[in-house]
Structure formats: structure tokens, C-alpha cells
Design a protein. Sequence first.
Length: 199
Amino acid sequence: MHRIFESRRGFTMIEILAVLGIIAVLAAVLTPSVVKHISDAKVSRAEHDVEAIATALSSFYKDLGRWPTDTDGDHSPGDQEVALLVTDEGDMPDFGKQATSWGAYSPQETFKNQLLYNRPGGKGKNKYPNQGSRKWDGPYLMRFKSDPWGHKYICNIGDVRPGQSGPIWVISAGPDGILDTKPSRYELRNDDIGILLEG
């Protein structure tokens, strides 16, 4: 019986280094492009999200003839206007030196309670009317997540109260997580992403 020995040739070190070199060059060329596309996609998603939230709030106003409160909005004692609407997911953004006044808005309420569940103030019994000419006709938006960088979307809805004036923003702090736009200003600053709801 004869044994046949097959020659098994492996890769040489030079061949392995050449392949690794080619992979490294391709990675160096493609990585900035891929990172830029991911970054652009996040900005695009944030722009879409603030527009969708603003549209939902406008529909809410069209249906009810008023902006959100922390109760059913029948103007009974104890009703309190909502000052700041926020997504329930994500961290509050940092407020930059020029935008510290965002932190003074109180009380806060979630978009989800107002626009998805008809549960103002987070209480099941305090619902907006769902019959008549002025009624809650939602849900107005189904998804309320944090912005692509893990921060809350916010809206200074309290500035539409009688006697108040100025812009109403639905806004994200953008990639750096620092909100630089003052609630009283009509232009976005730095990398903030927002849309004017009113103003």
C-alpha cells in the first residue's frame, strides 16, 4: 500500500501582510465616508422627528382649540398650563451658556401623555373630551423616542399662553447634546435641530 502525500501549501507571511495592507487602505478610504453617511442619517432623522412632532401638536391644537394642559383643560381650579413638553425617553440635554433659560420651564409633561394616550398630567381620569366640536381626536403620533444622540426632544409650549410672545420650538440639542438656542430667539444656534411651531 502506497501513501500519497499531498502538498498543502499555506499562505506566506508576505501574502498575509499584503492582504492586511489592502484591507487597511480600503478601511482608511471608506471609513470617513461611512461615518459621514451615518452622521447625516442621524441629522436627517432628527429633522424628520421635530417636523412630525410639530405637525402632531398643530393637529392637537386644530382639534381642541387649545394647547396642552396637565389636566383635561376645562379651566377648573387646579388646571395648569404645561410649560415644557418632552419625550419620555432620553436624557435632558445640557443647556449652553446662552440657553440656560430652558431649565426654568415648569411643569414638564410628555408628548406621549398628550398626543398618544390622551392622559394629560399622566392621570387616567383627566382626559380631554373625545366628543363634540372640540375633541381629542388622536393619537396624533405613535412614536416618541429620544433624538439620535440619546437626548429628549423638547418644546417650550408654555410660551403660547396669553400674554406670552416669542417663538415656540420643537427642538433637539443636536450631535453635541448642548442646547444653544435660546427659547426667545428665532434662529437656531450651532448644531441644534428644530422647527418653529409658532412665532
